[in-house]
Ligand binder design. Structure first.
Ligand SMILES: Cc1cc2nc3c(=O)[nH]c(=O)nc-3n(C[C@H](O)[C@H](O)[C@H](O)COP(=O)(O)OP(=O)(O)OC[C@H]3O[C@@H](n4cnc5c(N)ncnc54)[C@H](O)[C@@H]3O)c2cc1C
Length: 415
């Protein structure tokens, strides 16, 4: 059947936002081209588990072609969109030009090192599968190196792991890493060596999880300290040269491991787009999720900047998913020449885990911390993971870890 006469919708990004838009347009008479530079959709909230050797990459990612196998109006194209021409309505991909009737920009973001060049080279990040696996390999190698280092000072530096940024990713990584050392590595390496290991979490402001309610911020600090994470608040990292960190007060920490979780900036293609930006380079959009002056272009997820009640919406998966739903609805309405809906975020609550059986959560206005919050976190993440097989494997892995304190994927692999 010739479908060339149908409106062509180009979606950049198969993350949470792009995926949801594409799915919601499944039964619509349109042609969808979904483009992503990777061939998989990635469940980023569990990336830190890959970095601390708790899960394998294949357990939190699924090929886009598999997800959309049954959606006949969608074609997937793997490649990096290098330019967007809003005036002439096309995107550039792999040397060719793809014209569109509607464009959905859902390209997410990338790590912002704020110009710390040395940090970008020598530090670690957890933003995609490559960076998470690189972090895992490095962390595991540090234990191997420490095991044959005779000099106590050098060994201490090798076993000092610094995480910068006290947001959810920093908190989750710090908690999980501390447990990896105290419950898992302790089975493989001498206890005396592991006594020298320390996890340090640096946060520039005066509290962890700055956007969470005060009682959860306090519980988080307590839970992390209970796991022997050395939390340093109101502490700014000034530089890192691969061997040591210098802090704002001039003091230094000898370490070869800095995991940077303190900033996100837009992807290259968005950075180059000549439109109004706000809030760290995100594209300012209308409440209908359209780009001002370009009613056929929708910008959603981490790429978009939208305020509600005077506050910028956070860069989190639930915002991205809900915006994906509204973008699809508004494309429908626009095709029918009807007025578009304005986006309103329905906050399902806040969650962050601080290791095995400890988490903080705020759901339906009630704050939880400790084991109850952890159980909520486990089930919500399992529920949201795409693919029945992955859900079962992750559940099994966690049950195994929970019962036996034994991460099963402590492999150092070639990159
Ligand atoms: C480590 C970590 C932990 C997190 N934890 C949580 C959490 O616990 N809870 C929560 O709600 N949120 C969490 N987040 C945030 C959440 O993952 C993001 O808000 C969400 O992924 C945003 O969805 P998105 O669709 O806008 O972008 P993404 O999911 O980042 O997807 C963007 C997609 O666009 C593709 N892309 C980018 N540029 C191009 C291009 N030029 N051409 C083609 N494709 C391109 C990328 O490959 C990617 O697949 C976490 C994020 C990270 C990194």
């Amino acid at each position: 059947m010739n479908t060339n006469h149908l409106p062509h919708i180009v979606i950049i990004g198969a993350g949470f936002a792009g995926l949801e838009t594409a799915r919601r347009l499944a039964n619509t008479p349109v042609r969808i081209s979904l483009i992503d530079k990777n061939n998989h959709h990635l469940f980023q909230p569990l990336l830190y588990q890959v970095a601390i050797a708790g899960l394998l990459p294949s357990q939190i990612a699924q090929p886009v072609r598999t997800i959309f196998r049954k959606q006949k109006n969608l074609t997937f194209q793997m490649g990096e969109v290098s330019a967007i021409n809003l005036k002439e309505r096309y995107v550039k991909l792999n040397g060719s030009v793809i014209a569109y009737d509607y464009l959905v920009v859902a390209a997410g973001g990338r790590t912002n090192f704020f110009g710390f060049d040395a940090l970008e080279k020598a530090g670690f990040q957890i933003k995609d599968l490559e960076t998470a696996v690189k972090t895992r390999n490095h962390l595991l190698s540090m234990f191997e190196r420490a095991s044959h280092e005779g000099d106590a000072e050098k060994r201490k530096a090798i076993l000092t792991f610094v995480i910068v940024g006290g947001g959810p990713t920093g908190v989750e990584t710090a908690g999980a890493l501390a447990e990896l050392i105290s419950h898992v590595m302790v089975k493989d390496y001498p206890r005396s060596m592991l006594k020298e290991a320390r996890v340090v979490l640096l946060e520039a402001t005066s509290s962890l999880l700055g956007s969470y309610p005060a009682e959860l911020r306090k519980s988080t600090l307590k839970l992390l300290q209970g796991k022997n994470v050395q939390v340093q608040l109101s502490t700014r990292m000034e530089s890192f040269n691969g061997q040591r960190i210098t802090l704002g007060d001039g003091s230094q920490i000898e370490t070869q491991t800095v995991i940077w979780t303190a900033g996100i900036k837009p992807t290259e293609v968005v950075e180059e787009l000549d439109v109004e930006k706000a809030g760290g380079g995100r594209i300012r959009i209308l409440p209908t999720l359209q780009l001002p002056g370009h009613p056929e272009t929708f910008v959603i997820g981490d790429t978009a900047f939208l305020e509600e009640n005077g506050q910028a919406l956070p860069m989190i998966a639930t915002v991205a998913i809900q915006q994906g739903v509204t973008a699809a609805k508004n494309i429908h309405l626009s095709m029918d020449n009807l007025p578009l809906e304005t986006f309103h975020y329905k906050d399902p609550g806040l969650l962050a885990t601080i290791g095995r059986n400890a988490a903080v959560a705020r759901i339906f206005g009630i704050s939880f911390s400790g084991f109850t919050a952890w159980v909520i976190w486990v089930f919500l993440h399992i529920y949201r993971i795409i693919g029945f097989r992955n859900r079962m494997i992750i559940m099994f892995n966690w049950a195994w870890d929970y019962l036996f304190y034994d991460n099963q994927v402590r492999l150092i692999t070639k990159e």
